[in-house]
Structure formats: structure tokens, C-alpha cells
Design a protein around this ligand. Structure first.
Ligand SMILES: *Cc1c(COP(=O)(O)O)cnc(C)c1O
Length: 444
């Protein structure tokens, strides 16, 4: 906990904290962002290229183990699509109107685990499995990895354990792929985690340990317990470079998708990307990759619930993981379970300093309104967390005038990309409850 004086100093240095503390919606602009391509010591782009190649090696395994991925040749990827009816709804909420393209990146429909975590989480488990199999001379890099789906490999991996701390979706991804390969998986779930996610994992033979405390505690406990067991590999959501690299691969694929759709990104055609942010790894990885590709022509904003703006306060104060949202009196209570993180990753926050344009906050009530509208107008179901992306264009167009002017951006030619981060795994009953009930009925 912070002492009073320290909070007082912070409030004086960062007046925006007044509004944040009162859980108003804000837009924070990052003054540390750099125009030139930053060079990073902490993380090299080669790791992303390496990840893309590894995922290709594994595509025949993925195809064999998850037949639903056959049509994508075992590559776990989502489409981009226009959402014309929703565009109107969003435009009505931007006071000065909305110009340019609007696209949705459909990670809610990612195969296998239905959220952005399918990229990073599945990648890290595959990387670990490959390393074990190579070290034990069971495979060679040039082999057809489809054979990893055979019983002999299941029995081999079954000697090993994997653990992870999660608010839900990362646990789902790690649990599903880990159990499929044969690993003994333990998921340390924070209090937000939905009952159906725990149930689904237990059905797959995953051990789920529940905590009455928040995400940071679940991760800490998981890390501690895993460290005691030499057979156990811990997927560290706060610090993992493999996870980050897996997420970043999305940027390479998006570049191809935009080219295919003949959508230009250059000095006269800015690309705006809006990503829901929890601990930071998912959106951070994507942002890192996009910055490498589009340099100063991409403008990336992270969205967080008004009660959980951990990346915003961590980056603004430069304190990163040394400050939690509860230190300034926020509750970290939100129906956006994937974003209920009180303390951001320092690894990601530091990497984002020269990259990120800013962070905005969004109310839970908006997430639910947007959820219903997206269903009604586009017949797309996205979980509440994912709707933090939908608020992005509204926040930036309404409150980001100084940014748009300073950068002299041609907004008529802009493309706005809302990154939809999850939804497909939500069971039908829960979906219907989200769609039919009003926000205040859900929270009661
Ligand atoms: C985890 C998650 C995010 C955010 O990713 P982080 O790596 O925690 O920042 C966003 N949306 C959904 C649906 C998620 O599950």
C-alpha cells in the first residue's frame, strides 16, 4: 500500500488522476512516444519472426489435433471485417462524427480457445513442448509435427507439468492445448474467473485452483508453487517473452490482410488500432509488432475499464508494476473479467513507452450497451472485455483533438481497427444472458 504523501504527490504531478480516481472516462496521451523506430534491448524482433516460423512448423500438429482448424491449414488466425451498421452507431457517439474506414479484427472467433489468448498462450505451450521433444531427441525441426498427436508423445508429455495464473481466458488457452498434448496442467484462477471456464477446464482434466483474491495474487501463488517443482513449467503472464512473441505474430498477419484488402497504411493513410488491455501482454505484443511494421503511421490506443486502468496509471506515473489501481482507491471490480487486472506488467509497460499513443478508460455500462448493439446490428457476439476496443474511436475522436492536430493526421483517409479480443467460447446460456439483460440487472 502507498503512503498518503506519495499519493498526494502523484495527484499533484498527474492531475488526470483526479478524474481517474472518480472513475470518470479519460483519455491519456503518452508524452514518451517516439516518432522514430525505437530500438529495444529487452526484446528483439527476431523472436517474433521465430514465433511465426515455429507456428508454421506446428500447423500440421494443430490440424491433426484440432480438426476445426483444417480449413485454415492449422494456422490460428482471425479475419478482419467491416461493420457498417455498427459504424453508424459509433459515429453517432463521436460528437464530431466519424470519417474513414472502420474494421473489426475478429479474435473473438479465433479457433481452439476463442480469444486473443489463443495466439500467445498456445504458442508458449507449443514452444515448450518442442523444446522438450527436441532435447529428448524425439523430433527434429524438419519432421512433420503431426506425429506429436500420437499416443507415445502424449505419454511423454504426461510426465511434465505446466502452471499458469489467469483471470480466465489465458487459463483456457493453456489448459486446452496443454491437456491435448498430454501435460498435467494447473490453472490458478483469480476471483473474476467465470464458473463455466473452470468447469470446462476440469472436464479436460485440468486442475483448477481458485483464489478469492485478484489476478496478481493468483499469478504470484502459481509462480511460487511452480518454482518448487522442477518438472513444472510456469507460463508467466507478467514477464514471458514467448507469450509476447506469440501475440506479436498477429501484426505480421494483419499486414498481409490489409494488403489483401487493398487498404493503404502510409503517411497520408493513418492506421488507428484500439486494443483492450489487462496485464498488457496481448495488446502489447500486437502493438510492438505493428510499430515495427508501420512505424509512425500507426496510432495505438489501449482501452481499460474505469475501475482497472492499471496500464494507464503505470505508464503515466512511470511506476509500472509499483502502483496498483487499489492504491488510488479504485476497486478493480469490473464485469470485463479479462481486464480485471490491478497491476500492469512492467516488462510490457517499459516496451510500450516509445510506442503507445495513449490509454483510455471505458465504463462497464458502455461495454454492455455495445455488446447488445453488436449482436443486434452485426450478429457478432463479443464478450464484455472485447467491447473496450469499440469505445476506442469514440474516446479518441471525442477527446483526442490535440493528438490528431499535433500529428496532422488526415482523418478522412484513416482506417480504424477495433481489436475484438474474445467471445466464441462463452456458452450459449451466458451469451443470451448478456444479450438480453440490462447491465444493471446483471450486476445485481
Ligand atoms: C486477456 C484478455 C485481454 C487483455 O490481454 P492482456 O494480455 O491481459 O493485456 C483482452 N481481452 C480479453 C477477452 C482477454 O481475455
Amino acid at each position: 500500500m502507498f503512503e498518503k504523501q506519495k499519493i498526494k504527490n502523484l495527484m499533484e504531478n498527474y492531475p488526470l488522476l483526479d478524474d481517474i480516481k472518480m472513475s470518470k472516462t479519460v483519455l491519456w496521451l503518452n508524452s514518451k512516444k517516439e516518432k522514430k523506430q525505437p530500438s529495444f534491448e529487452q526484446f528483439a524482433f527476431e523472436e517474433v519472426v521465430d514465433a511465426e516460423q515455429r507456428l508454421k512448423r506446428f500447423s500440421s500438429y494443430i490440424k491433426a489435433a484440432f480438426p476445426e482448424t483444417k480449413q485454415f491449414e492449422g494456422i490460428i488466425e482471425s479475419n478482419i471485417k467491416e461493420i457498417p451498421s455498427m459504424r453508424k452507431w459509433i459515429s453517432e457517439r463521436c460528437e464530431s462524427g466519424f470519417t474513414g474506414n472502420l474494421l473489426l479484427k475478429c479474435d473473438h472467433a479465433l479457433p481452439i480457445s476463442g480469444s486473443i489468448k489463443a495466439r500467445g498462450g498456445i504458442y508458449e505451450v507449443l514452444k515448450h513442448a518442442e523444446q522438450l521433444a527436441i532435447e529428448n531427441k524425439l523430433i527434429d525441426y524438419n519432421d512433420d509435427y503431426a506425429k506429436l498427436n500420437e499416443d507415445a508423445f502424449y505419454r511423454f508429455f504426461n510426465r511434465y507439468k505446466i502452471a499458469v495464473g489467469s483471470t480466465g481466458n489465458l487459463g483456457l488457452s493453456i489448459g486446452i492445448i496443454g491437456a491435448k498434448l498430454g501435460f498435467q496442467v494447473t490453472v490458478h484462477m483469480s476471483s473474476e474467473a467465470k464458473e463455466w471456464k473452470k468447469h470446462l477446464l476440469r472436464e479436460k482434466g485440468v486442475e483448477v485452483i481458485e483464489y478469492s483474491s485478484d489476478y496478481s495474487k493468483a499469478v504470484e501463488e502459481g509462480r511460487k508453487q511452480a518454482a518448487l517443482d522442477p518438472m513444472c513449467y510456469f507460463v508467466d503472464d507478467e514477464n514471458s517473452k514467448a507469450l509476447f512473441a506469440g501475440y506479436a505474430v498477429a501484426a505480421l498477419r494483419l499486414e498481409d490482410q490489409l494488403q489483401e484488402a487493398k487498404i493503404k497504411v502510409d503517411a497520408d493513410h493513418p492506421l488507428f488500432v484500439y486494443l483492450p488491455c489487462g496485464v498488457g501482454g496481448g495488446p502489447g505484443g500486437v502493438a510492438y509488432g505493428l510499430k515495427k511494421i508501420y512505424a509512425d503511421n500507426v496510432h495505438i490506443f489501449f482501452g481499460e475499464p474505469t475501475q482497472s486502468p492499471c496500464m494507464l496509471i503505470g505508464m503515466m506515473s512511470g511506476l509500472h508494476d509499483e502502483i496498483a489501481v487499489t492504491d488510488i482507491g479504485l476497486s478493480n471490480q469490473t464485469e470485463a473479467d479479462g481486464l480485471a487486472v490491478g497491476r500492469a506488467s512492467r516488462f510490457v509497460g517499459k516496451l510500450m513507452e516509445p510506442i503507445l499513443s495513449g490509454c483510455y478508460t471505458v465504463e462497464d455500462a458502455f461495454l454492455f450497451e455495445s455488446l447488445k448493439e453488436m449482436w443486434k446490428k452485426e450478429h457478432i457476439f463479443m464478450e464484455p472485455s472485447a467491447h473496450a476496443g469499440v469505445y476506442g474511436p469514440i474516446a479518441v475522436i471525442k477527446k483526442g483533438n490535440s493528438y490528431l492536430e499535433q500529428n496532422n493526421l488526415q482523418m478522412e483517409n484513416a482506417t480504424h481497427l477495433i481489436w475484438s479480443t474474445g467471445g466464441n467460447m462463452v456458452p450459449e446460456k451466458q451469451k443470451q444472458a448478456f444479450i438480453q439483460k440490462r447491465y444493471n440487472e446483471l450486476v445485481e
